[in-house]
Every structure is written in structure tokens, then in C-alpha cells.
Ligand binder design. Structure first.
Ligand SMILES: Cc1cc2nc3c(=O)[nH]c(=O)nc-3n(C[C@H](O)[C@H](O)[C@H](O)COP(=O)(O)OP(=O)(O)OC[C@H]3O[C@@H](n4cnc5c(N)ncnc54)[C@H](O)[C@@H]3O)c2cc1C
Length: 370
């Protein structure tokens, strides 16, 4: 087990999938509840801001780093409670690597998270933005979380309702941001299940291969292959990314009309037709989910570069560090994409990763729309 210690000036770059950013003034890896309490006590005494760092796959760290204490949960294991006949509870410590959890579930033939294969990061962080992919999201199988209140050190459990899950949203990244450290999550998975082939990419993958009812292992392998084709899974080699840098748009009818009007004015009929197709796929009633990648693509931004940062060609929601990118390059690129999309479509697109260690002035300078 890692001995609890607080280090100074720890470079954060290697702890992020973007491989960008400066050092943390203080850094503590934490395994036990005592470690988390000790870290919180240190931050209180030294009057430091804290940041909980998981796998660093949904953040962009500023070039000057983080001036407070970074607390980093470390892996401690997965426990399986198989007392019920049809469903099995997976009790997962926050520091576990999420994809190891999926891999273990698939090995045990437990259904419910196989489409969430190959999403980087830790299990605790997975509920922060309610990770989702290919028709599944973690809130579908979530039972409860054990959390530590950062203000008091108390350790309550929270139900799904209390976590306030939505699209890429929970209380942990909105109303209660910074108030809890997630220590453990419990997921309820099904012993028997059917593949979720709602997404065309997944459906086509199997129909092209003549496979009608794929096994859970085949589903996981397919998802990994499909994802790898779209953008690089951050590995140890040079460069990096933080997955989708922008959120998709969820538009009410009037907002959709605004977008339609801009597109028909500023683009050709083929782009307007594609937008109508998107509306049709969304089904009748309710908001329309418009892929932000579509807007970035029609604005001609694929491959656009600022310094060492580039808009990915195959999935333009992703911004890439080509090797030597600084956080400023990435922010400058994100700002350029936001302004161009706004000017040509009237849509304000928001960032998915959290910006860590930036001043409000820096964020305003780079990300402002006007
Ligand atoms: C290649 C790639 C593909 C991706 N694909 C997807 C995808 O398909 N779907 C999707 O939803 N996301 C995707 N992501 C985004 C990202 O992987 C997820 O959001 C992931 O859950 C982040 O986990 P992390 O451990 O890296 O969190 P970090 O980036 O370390 O932190 C993210 C946030 O969670 C907080 N946090 C972390 N751990 C804890 C904790 N224990 N307690 C309290 N707060 C905590 C942090 O403070 C921060 O606010 C992708 C990212 C990459 C790089």
C-alpha cells in the first residue's frame, strides 16, 4: 500500500491524458479514509484549495499548474456481491481504473456497462460527469456512492436520486461541486442481458460481420475497435487528448429553429438537409440532440491548429495535443472553435473538460465569444 505523504511541486502533466500543464504546489495520493482526512486537514491548516485528480482524462491543467493541494485516489480493489439471483453488485473503490471495472464485469458476464468500454479515467470520477457512450450511461446501473464531505470529513452514502444525474452532469460537477470526495461506488449489473445495439455504429459493426446476437465479450471488443478508429485512446506515447472537448447541444424547439435559420442562411441546402435528418433521428417531441461535431465540421474547422494543438480530423469534438502543445495553445484553439461556430451558426458551445488552475481573466481572454 502507498504510504501517505504530501509532496511539493509535483508535475501534473504525466497525471493527465492531455499531457499538458504545470505542477501542483502540493500533491497527496490517498488510499484510505484516514489518508483523505489527513489531506483535508493539511489543506485546512494551510488554507489551500483542493482538487481531486482521478485519471486526469477530463481536465485541462494550466501551464502554471494548480496552486493548492491535489488529492489523487489510488486503486484499492473491486468487490463482487453475488447474493441475489439475477443482479450482482459491484463495489468499486474510487481509484480503480474504470476500464478495468468494465473488463472485470465482462469477464464475469455481468451486463450493463459493456458499451462504456475504453473510457479512460477512474471509477469515482465516472459518476462525476455521468459517463455515457453508445446508448449506456453509468447512472443506469448506479446504486449508491460512499463519499467524504470535504467540509466536515463525514462519510455519508448517496443514492442515485441524491446524485442528481443528467446528461454529463451530477451534483458533483454542478450544485455540490467541491463538497464531496467520492470514495466508493456501487453498481448493479445483470447476470443475463442482451446487447444494446441502438447505436448505428455498433449495429452496423455486427451486421457487416453477420453476427445477430453478439456475446458480451464481442460487444466490448467491438466498442474498443470502433472507438480506436475515431480517435486515439491516450496511451504513454507522445501527444494526448481529453476525449470530447465540447458538449453536444440539447436544443428546445425555438433554439433548434434559430439554428435552422442560421444554417439555411450561411450554408448550402445539403447542410440544412443534414440538420433535418438529425431532427428526424431525435424522434417527435422533446429536445433535439445536435452533435457539436457536425457544426465544427461544417464550419471547416477539422484539422485547424493553434501552436501544438489541433482539431481531430475523424472526430472533431476532440482536440489533440500533437506533442508539444501548451495549455494556452489548447485554450486558444478551443476559443477559436467556439467563436467560429457561434459566428456561423449562432450556437454557443460549452466545454466538457474542467479547466484547472486558470485565472478567470485567462479563461475570459481565450474563451470569450465576441
Ligand atoms: C480518449 C477519451 C475518451 C473519452 N470518452 C468518453 C466517453 O465516451 N464518454 C464520457 O462520458 N466521457 C469520456 N471521456 C471523458 C473522461 O474519460 C471521463 O469523464 C472520465 O470519467 C474522467 O475520469 P478521470 O478519472 O480521468 O477524471 P479527472 O479528469 O481526473 O477529473 C474529472 C473531474 O472529476 C473530479 N473527480 C475525480 N475523481 C473524483 C473523486 N474521487 N471524488 C470527487 N471528484 C472527483 C475531478 O475533480 C474533476 O472535477 C473520454 C476521455 C478521453 C481522454
Amino acid at each position: 500500500m502507498t504510504r501517505f505523504e504530501i509532496r511539493r511541486d509535483q508535475p501534473l502533466k504525466p497525471f493527465t491524458t492531455f499531457k499538458v500543464g504545470g505542477p501542483a504546489r502540493f500533491f497527496a495520493s490517498a488510499a484510505t479514509q484516514e489518508d483523505f482526512l489527513a489531506a483535508l486537514g493539511f489543506a485546512r491548516e494551510e488554507r489551500l484549495e483542493i482538487f481531486v485528480l482521478g485519471g486526469g482524462s477530463n481536465i485541462l491543467v494550466s501551464d502554471s499548474g494548480f496552486p493548492g493541494l491535489v488529492i489523487h485516489p489510488v486503486p484499492r480493489g473491486i468487490a463482487i456481491d453475488a447474493a441475489q439471483p439475477e443482479r450482482v453488485t459491484l463495489r468499486v473503490e474510487a481509484g480503480e481504473t474504470w476500464d478495468d471495472v468494465v473488463s472485470r464485469a465482462v469477464e464475469e458476464k455481468l451486463w450493463g456497462i459493456e458499451n462504456l468500454s475504453h473510457i479512460p479515467g477512474q471509477a469515482g470520477a465516472a459518476i462525476v460527469q455521468n459517463i455515457g457512450a453508445y446508448g449506456q450511461q453509468i447512472s443506469d446501473v448506479f446504486q449508491r456512492a460512499t463519499v467524504m464531505e470535504t467540509g466536515t470529513g463525514n462519510v455519508p452514502t448517496l443514492s442515485g436520486g441524491e446524485c442528481g444525474f443528467g446528461y454529463r452532469k451530477s451534483i458533483f460537477n454542478s450544485s455540490a461541486k467541491g463538497q464531496f470526495i467520492i470514495l466508493q461506488i456501487e453498481l448493479s449489473l445483470a447476470r443475463g442481458g442482451r446487447p444494446d445495439l441502438r447505436y448505428p455504429d455498433v449495429r452496423n459493426y455486427f451486421s457487416e460481420r453477420g453476427i445477430g446476437e453478439p456475446s458480451i465479450r464481442q460487444v466490448r471488443n467491438a466498442i474498443i475497435e470502433i472507438r480506436d478508429r475515431k480517435f486515439p485512446f491516450p496511451r504513454e506515447e507522445k501527444g494526448g487528448n481529453a476525449g470530447s472537448f465540447f458538449k453536444n447541444l440539447v436544443l428546445s424547439d425555438p433554439q433548434f429553429e434559430t439554428l435552422r435559420t442560421s444554417l439555411c442562411r450561411n450554408f448550402s441546402t445539403s447542410e440544412c438537409d443534414r440538420l433535418e435528418e438529425i431532427r428526424k433521428h431525435s424522434g417527435p417531441g422533446g429536445p433535439v440532440k445536435v452533435p457539436t461535431a457536425f457544426l465544427i465540421e461544417i464550419c471547416g474547422l477539422k484539422g485547424h491548429c493553434e501552436g501544438g494543438a489541433r482539431v481531430n480530423q475523424t472526430q472533431p469534438l476532440v482536440l489533440l495535443n500533437d506533442g508539444g502543445a501548451t495549455a494556452r495553445d489548447v485554450l486558444a484553439l478551443a476559443g477559436f472553435v467556439r467563436r467560429t461556430v457561434y459566428a456561423r451558426t449562432g450556437m454557443e458551445i460549452s466545454l466538457e473538460p474542467e479547466m484547472v488552475g486558470f485565472t478567470p481573466e485567462e479563461l475570459k481572454k481565450y474563451l470569450t465569444l465576441q
